[in-house]
Design a protein around this ligand. Structure first.
Ligand code: UT7
Length: 320
């Protein structure tokens, strides 16, 4: 037995922001952003929270799966941009959708978060701890972005995606996961500073800081390695794969990965032109769009791969 993904859903904030809009805030241009990243627009929260976007994505995934919130056993939210430390986003979502019987908790592995959460849910189901799971990737990164830093504010977008998976079916899932904390300084975002009556610390702005070139080089090297590794576990090669659903960070990264794997770029669907880099929400939102567009056909071999801050990266082979 294995698991099956039987429903997907997503939610984006109502406000859409173009590159031209950003060129009014920082010294940049539509041409530079498109050429260097492939991004033309993104959705930015004007009030929607990570929990609200997650709840909307979950409701759509449950509707798509033909299941009710009361049936959910496990509710996992991958996010690095929760509104508060406690309660976790997953518990907030549980309350919002009425998933009264679920165990709910969050997981943070930045842009690899959805993949790591899917792997966790898979392991819970394989171990018999639960029979089904709602797995969510959700971010409101716009509150962590320094809107005066043109190197980062042009990249990110807000949104949430969810899948509903249940135990059953014959097609095996294969996973690999990796982390390298020694390179964590390449992409950071502080939260609250230590501030109590016994310390005096300089306050630093808690914004996303990134060495874009280092992250770029890491992604183009490590992601193909991870994909080859998981394909090896599944006894497959890249030629056997129908679609590579990758974290949507930069179109040039996706092209570089396709080239290393010697695969046609058409096997790598993209939506980053419309939604930017939504960190842990990128893969489930793209999966939902592909499913609703009828592009996920029964029997297809799909590779998912996420990579980002931590550093973290991982890949999964699954059949739909
Ligand atoms: O989810 C994972 C998270 N992060 C990523 O995936 C990011 C991976 N990295 C990237 O996508 C790319 O490194 C960036 C898009 C962030 C930057 O592209 P790049 O080709 O690596 O540019 P660069 O940082 O090497 O900068 C080249 C030039 C610099 O000017 P000088 O020093 O050559 O005069 C930058 O100041 O481009 C300048 N620049 C900009 N110019 C116009 C940087 N950002 C902008 C901008 N508009 N928005």
């Amino acid at each position: 037995m294995s698991i099956r993904i039987i429903g997907t859903g997503s939610a984006l904030p109502a406000k859409s922001v173009t590159n031209e809009d950003l060129a009014k805030l920082v010294e940049t241009s539509d041409e530079w952003i498109r050429e260097r990243t492939g991004i033309a627009g993104r959705h930015i929260s004007t009030g929607e929270t990570v929990a609200e976007l997650s709840a909307a994505a979950c409701s759509r995934a449950l509707e798509d799966a033909g299941r009710t919130a009361e049936e959910v056993d496990l509710l996992l939210v991958a996010t690095c941009s929760p509104e508060c430390g406690v309660p976790c986003v997953a518990c907030q979502v549980q309350g919002m959708i009425g998933a009264a019987h679920a165990v709910a908790f969050d997981l943070n592995a930045a842009c690899s978060g959805f993949l790591f959460a899917l792997h966790t849910a898979w392991a819970y189901m394989e171990a018999g701890i639960c029979r089904n799971a709602l797995i969510v990737g959700a971010e409101v990164l716009s509150k962590l972005v320094d809107w005066t830093d043109r190197g980062t504010c042009i990249l990110f977008g807000d949104g949430a995606g969810a899948v509903f998976a249940e135990y059953g079916g014959k097609e095996k899932f294969y996973f690999v996961q990796h982390s390298d904390g020694s390179k964590g300084g390449a992409l950071t975002c502080d939260t609250r500073q230590l501030k109590n009556p016994y310390v005096e610390m300089p306050m630093e702005a808690p914004w996303i800081r990134m060495d874009g070139r280092e992250i770029f080089a890491f992604a183009v090297r490590r992601v193909p390695e991870g994909i080859e590794e998981v394909l090896g576990k599944a006894g497959m090669t890249a030629d056997d794969v129908d679609l590579f659903v990758l974290h949507q960070a930069n179109y040039r990264i996706i092209e570089g990965i396709a080239k290393r794997l010697k695969q046609d770029a058409e096997k790598f669907p993209v939506n980053l032109d419309r939604v930017g880099n939504m960190s842990s929400a990128a893969i489930p939102v793209l999966l939902d769009e592909l499913k609703r567009a009828g592009r996920l056909k029964s029997g297809m071999n799909i590779v998912l791969s996420g990579f980002g801050a931590g550093l973290t990266w991982g890949a999964c082979v699954m059949k739909v």
